[in-house]
Design a protein around this ligand. Structure first.
Ligand code: FE2
Length: 191
């Protein structure tokens, strides 16, 4: 069976998110990861539609698997496969949760792990501002927030640092992620 083109799958994955994800913040998080993944793919000469799809779909099973964390990612990967998504996208989605036992191997796998955490750091950096706006978040403050381990404790800094495996230093990775999320600030509720 041929994989369906990732651009054609986007509306189907969005419809699935609509069905399976009630939490608005989680939906926004997935959109943020999609934007970061697309921008990373552009920077690294990879396929933005493919990488974007991995970002968009990676947590679509988060509510379905609440009672069994080891299935989180694996169920989403299966659903994306059923829609006709590529094996590479499914692998990245499964590998973003280390409890699935699927190890991150490809650049897309690593990018998703790093983007997942970076989106959390950037969102937290916007929400702590009185205006709750992404537009005024600066790279300099993001760097500072990254080093402040007490800030956004749930964000795994080591996962963010894995951008170096993609040949990107922290500075460039954060800059790409920030610009990508600023580009969809309205959709993220952080305008
Ligand atoms: Fe996530």
């Amino acid at each position: 069976m041929h994989a369906t083109s990732p651009a054609a799958l986007r509306p189907q994955v969005l419809a699935l998110i609509d069905e399976e994800v009630a939490n608005e913040n989680l939906r926004r998080h997935m959109l943020a990861c999609e934007a970061i993944m697309r921008a990373l793919a552009q920077r690294l000469d990879e396929d933005p539609d493919e990488w974007g799809l991995a970002g968009l779909g990676h947590d679509l099973d988060a509510e379905l698997t609440e009672d069994d964390a080891s299935r989180h990612g694996a169920v989403a990967a299966q659903k994306i496969t059923e829609l006709g998504g590529s094996a590479e996208v499914a692998h990245a989605v499964a590998a973003h949760n280390d409890l699935t036992g699927v190890a991150a191997a490809s650049p897309m796998d690593v990018a998703l792990i790093a983007a997942d955490q970076l989106s959390g750091l950037i969102t937290a950096a916007a929400l702590i501002r009185p205006d709750k706006s992404l537009a005024q978040v600066r790279l300099k403050s993001l760097r500072k927030r990254y080093r402040e381990t007490a800030f956004a404790r749930g964000v795994d800094r080591e996962s963010i640092a894995r951008c170096q495996e993609l040949g990107l230093d922290l500075e460039e990775f954060m800059s790409i992620g920030l610009a990508a999320m600023q580009g969809i600030a309205g959709e993220l509720g952080l305008e």
